[in-house]
Design a binder for this molecule. Structure first.
Ligand code: ATP
Ligand code: MG
Length: 275
């Protein structure tokens, strides 16, 4: 079975997050690494291919790739960005982290800041959190009435359709960490002077709402996985599996886009190369 087939959320389906194992070793998936060393070698190979394809995408300058990352704290959004995109030219790639909206952002519709950050033609855009926060944290904390967030699934599908119809290829990843592994990582962070700056008391408070978050994620991925903007649920308890899986799907996506270098517009023979 192919990796993306195994991890994709079927469009229109009744998906349960609990059906995806955060510690899935991906046995039986074609090409899946079985050890950490194998995974690191496969990741490096993917990073190189992604870099080459990004160069072509940039030169072709007709389409864009948008990667959406969502996850509970400490599931590894930052790690995925660092590992999977380490080879790309920063000139053609932009990461946007979506935090709590500013007063100005709140004065606009929730998709205003999102649309502004969509990658232009030729580029890769990575969303570290996204418009999905507007049906996840906003729902869990009841920041808007239920009627308002419930209407957003259709709005998000229409928005992503608009982007796809205009040359933006979209792939969405939910990094699926288990409750126990998240606790371990948060406690490790707290104890590590190099990492504890990342912590806030809220991280533990949010954990207490785990079931509400999972229910919100479940609806988001089930209702907004489409052929043109599929969700993938990535097993995130082991970092090496997680990084390889995301890099592999990004690689396969770029390969299927098959960006082409433009034809040279002049005849090299006519150029005076003397001097
Ligand atoms: P890290 O903790 O790894 O540095 P992070 O993405 O968790 O990265 P934080 O600054 O800790 O960054 O948290 C950003 C917060 O902003 C999250 O709690 C997220 O839920 C919240 N947020 C993002 N978008 C919205 C939104 N539209 N409405 C309300 N809260 C939002
Ligand atoms: Mg955080």
């Amino acid at each position: 079975m192919s990796l993306s087939k195994k991890l994709v959320v079927p469009p229109g389906g009744k998906t349960r997050i609990a059906d995806f194992d955060p510690a899935d070793p991906l046995a039986g998936v074609a090409g899946a690494p079985t050890t950490k060393d194998e995974a690191e070698a496969a990741l490096s190979a993917n990073v190189e291919v992604i870099a080459d394809l990004q160069y072509r995408l940039y030169a072709e300058n007709t389409r864009a790739l948008l990667i959406v990352l969502q996850a509970m704290d400490a599931a590894g959004k930052d790690g995925v960005i660092r590992h999977c995109f380490s080879g790309v030219n920063p000139q053609g790639c932009k990461v946007t982290a979506f935090k709590q909206p500013s007063a100005t952002e709140l004065d606009h519709g929730y998709l205003w800041r999102i649309h502004h950050a969509v990658p232009p033609k030729g580029e890769i855009g990575i969303f570290n959190r996204s418009h999905y926060e507007d049906v996840i944290v906003v729902r869990v904390h009841e920041l808007v009435p239920e009627k308002v967030w419930k209407a957003r699934y259709d709005q998000i599908n229409a928005f992503e359709r608009l982007l796809a119809d205009n040359g933006v290829v979209i792939r969405k990843f939910f990094l699926n960490v288990s409750n126990a592994e998240q606790k371990k990582r948060l406690l490790d962070r707290l104890a590590d002077p190099k990492k504890n700056w990342k912590m806030s008391a809220a991280d533990f408070a949010e954990r207490r709402r785990w079931p509400e978050y999972m229910a919100a994620y479940e609806d988001a991925v089930a209702r907004c996985s489409t052929d043109h903007a599929p969700w993938h649920v990535i097993p995130a308890d082991r970092k090496w599996i997680r990084n390889w899986a995301v890099s592999q799907i990004v690689r396969e996506t770029l390969e299927s886009m098959d960006p082409k270098l433009p034809k040279i517009r002049l005849d090299p023979a006519t150029i005076d190369t003397s001097g």
